[in-house]
Design a protein around this ligand. Sequence first.
Ligand SMILES: [Zn+2]
Length: 235
Amino acid sequence: MTETESKRVMVIMAHPDDPEFFTGGTIALWARGGAEVIYLILTNGNKGSQDPEMTPERLTKLRQDEQRTAASLLGVKTIIFLDEPDGELQATLQLRQRVVKEIRRHRPDIVICPDPSTYYFGDTYVNHPDHRAAGQVALEAIFPAARNPMYHPELLGEGLLPYAVHEIYLTGTAQPNRWVDVTDVMDVKVQAIRSHASQLPDPEDSIERVRQRAAAVDEYGRRVYREAYRYLAIR
Ligand SMILES: [Zn+2]
């Protein structure tokens, strides 16, 4: 995809596996096109198990390993884990400072993050509160904190200069205004999702739902797979 060639893209999500489920096709497509993709995973995901034998410590490690495997399939080279407690994510000033730090350090052209205004999807899913908090803290870090030297002035001392992100793709949105055709990379997205084995008690059912959600018909009447976004171009 020429429009993202040589661009830097930061994907800010709550849990290991969110990038693949929400935006894995777009990531694969852009990485193939020459974009540099960086993951910023806010929580350790260590409540994501029903297994009575599992411990939070083992789950943290397992999910990080799964996330590394999935990311490498999509062409992502850099993953930052902030290791906040799973299921308790809040858009606090302290977390915002940590996100601003990574934005200033990596200076992404594009940020992909959850739409924080999504409380539920359709009639059958409640959005995970961590996803909303991740979207909120990402947007609040982008504007105005990352671009304004008066916010988090201690970062200037670390050489982390103000930086303005201008393009944002919100995933998991009820108000999409942009669609990325991921038909050509749907198989690699599915393969990356399969890497999160600890999160897939019934992999075929999960994969089928992912395919159904992405299925669409394009303007020529062809059956395609698409990922939907609310796209914001911030001045
Ligand atoms: Zn999640």
